[in-house]
Design a protein around this ligand. Structure first.
Ligand SMILES: [Zn+2]
Length: 217
C-alpha cells in the first residue's frame, strides 16, 4: 500500500541522514495521501530504516493501518500542520543544531541575505511557548496548533515561508514533495548557521532591505 510514497519517504530520510541533519537520529518525516486520508510515516525510533517495508501507513486518528511499530511521538504535530495548511504534502521535523539553537532562544531567524530568500520569503517565525495546561492536554497536538496560530497571527503564507521554529524544541519544515521538504530542511540549517554568524560578525546588522528582495539566486 502506498509504495511510491514509502519510497519517496525512504529516499528523503536517507538523504537527510547523509546530510548529517539528524542529531542521533532525532527528528521525523511524514507524507500525506490526501485523497485517501492516510499518512506514510517512519516507525519510532526513526532510524535505522533501510527498506520501504519498515514504513508505516497511519490513518488520521493515528491508528496504524499497515506496518509494524508505532509512528513517531510528534506524529500529532505533523497532523495539525496538515490540517492547518492544505497545500502541504510532506512534513519534516528536525533537531538540527543551529536551527534548534534559534528555537531554544525563542527568536525568529531574521532574513539577512539573499540565500534566505531563495527558500523562504520572510523571517522563519518562532512560536510562543506551549503552556503547561496545553502540555497536559497533549503537548504534540498543542505544538502543531501553536505553529498554525503563529502563521495566522503574523499573516505569514505557509507556501512562501514553509518552516517554523517550535520554541524550546526544534523546527518543522514542509513542502509539496518529500525531496523538496528534505532540501528545505537542509537549507534552513544553513540559513540558521549563516544568521548566527552574521550577528557574531556584525551585532549591529539589520534585516535585508526591501530593494534587495527580488534579487535572490
Ligand atoms: Zn522533536
Amino acid at each position: 500500500m502506498l509504495d511510491a510514497l514509502k519510497q519517496d519517504l525512504l529516499t528523503a530520510v536517507t538523504y537527510l541522514k547523509d546530510q548529517k541533519i539528524r542529531f542521533l537520529g532525532k527528528g521525523s518525516m511524514t507524507i500525506v495521501d490526501r485523497a485517501n486520508n492516510l499518512i506514510v510515516a517512519e516507525p519510532a525510533p526513526a532510524f535505522p530504516s533501510s527498506s520501504i517495508a519498515d514504513m508505516l501507513v497511519v490513518d488520521l486518528s493515528g491508528q496504524v493501518i499497515e506496518g509494524n511499530g508505532t509512528p513517531c511521538t510528534d506524529f500529532l504535530t505533523h497532523l495539525e500542520i496538515y490540517r492547518a495548511f492544505p497545500t502541504v504534502s510532506c512534513v519534516v521535523h528536525s533537531h538540527a543544531m543551529y536551527t534548534s539553537a534559534w528555537a531554544q532562544a525563542g527568536r525568529d531567524i531574521p532574513m539577512y541575505g539573499t540565500g534566505h530568500l531563495d527558500f523562504f520569503k520572510e523571517a522563519i517565525p518562532c512560536t510562543r511557548a506551549v503552556t503547561s495546561a496545553e502540555s497536559e492536554s497533549g503537548y504534540e497536538t498543542s505544538a502543531g496548533l501553536c505553529i498554525a496560530e503563529t502563521f495566522q497571527k503574523k499573516s505569514i503564507s505557509p507556501e512562501d515561508t514553509p518552516a517554523a521554529l517550535l520554541f524550546q524544541h526544534g523546527s518543522y519544515i514542509w513542502a509539496p514533495t518529500a525531496q523538496e521538504a528534505a532540501n528545505r530542511c537542509v537549507a534552513l540549517e544553513q540559513i540558521a548557521m549563516l544568521a548566527y554568524l552574521t550577528e557574531k560578525i556584525n551585532p549591529e546588522i539589520t534585516g535585508l532591505p526591501r530593494n534587495i528582495i527580488g534579487h535572490s539566486e
